[in-house]
Design a protein. Structure first.
Length: 268
């Protein structure tokens, strides 16, 4: 319960019974939820001002503690009465602005160690449960102070990229999915493009004379090339660099359609 320790140190001189320590803890929970104490008693006194501290004389009546609070936004004013009935404390809280009333009953021994009133680190127990009881039994039914909505910084607001010509557009258009990329080949498939130039892969070191990059079912080097290679001269699946024209109708220009310059030069 951060912040309660210095409050307890300031109020320690007035704390003589377990219920005093419990009222101190309840007071701090109200402060945490945006309320400030105005003073004691049912009616306002002179020169009252909101404070996080407990007012003077708050523990004067050990049977009935009466405190008044006001929210930081001045929208709520609470009248708290903590009434001791045997070993229990009954909290009766009324919001004078809305006339709403909330009640919570707490067993003092569930939250206070009476033998450790001098030691703040041991006097309170089950603090999370106490917070929950106060929040659900008092704060929620009465409605806490209105919290100011945090304004979003200008730099974080949505901006159309075409509205600012000096801003570089994002690398990926907003609202679109990233393009799918093929997964890399297995490391054991390295060199497959060169070992099998007609396998349909791209990126090998062998130039495809048909500049297609895709296999041609009509060309099988292992079956031979009429007038050039007999059948079986190229083992199936072996590396083979085709040479010469591979038949009529092949794509691309005829490499012999124009003679080279000075072709009739005997020294060329």
């Amino acid at each position: 319960m951060a912040g309660l320790e210095p409050l307890y140190a300031l109020a320690r001189a007035a704390i003589s019974r377990p219920q005093d320590a419990l009222v101190c803890g309840i007071h701090w929970e109200l402060v945490r939820h945006g309320y400030r104490c105005l003073g004691t008693g049912d009616q306002p006194g002179p020169d009252e001002r909101k404070s996080e501290l407990l007012p003077a004389g708050w523990e004067a009546n050990k049977e009935v503690y009466t405190l008044r609070y006001k929210s930081t936004d001045d929208a709520h004013e609470l009248l708290l009465k903590a009434i001791m009935v045997e070993d229990s404390m009954i909290l009766n809280v009324m919001d004078r602005s809305s006339q709403k009333v909330a009640d919570v009953t707490l067993a003092v021994a569930d939250y206070i160690n009476p033998e450790h009133l001098d030691d703040f680190h041991k006097v309170y127990k089950n603090t999370e449960e106490l917070r929950t009881r106060i929040a659900s039994g008092i704060i929620a039914p009465l409605g806490g102070p209105a919290e100011k909505a945090e304004k979003e910084p200008e730099s974080k607001r949505d901006e159309h990229w075409d509205e600012n010509p000096l801003r570089l557009p994002p690398r990926q258009p907003m609202g679109t999915r990233a393009p799918s990329r093929p997964s890399p080949l297995s490391p054991f498939a390295v060199g497959g493009e060169d070992l099998d130039p007609f396998g349909g892969r791209s990126g090998g070191m062998i130039v495809d004379p048909l500049h297609s990059g895709f296999p041609h079912p009509g060309i099988d080097p292992s079956s031979g090339i009429p007038g050039r290679l007999p059948p079986g001269a190229v083992p199936p699946g072996a590396r083979f660099d085709p040479f010469g024209p591979l038949g009529a109708g092949r794509p691309g220009p005829d490499p012999d359609h124009l003679p080279p310059p000075g072709y009739d030069d005997m020294f060329m």
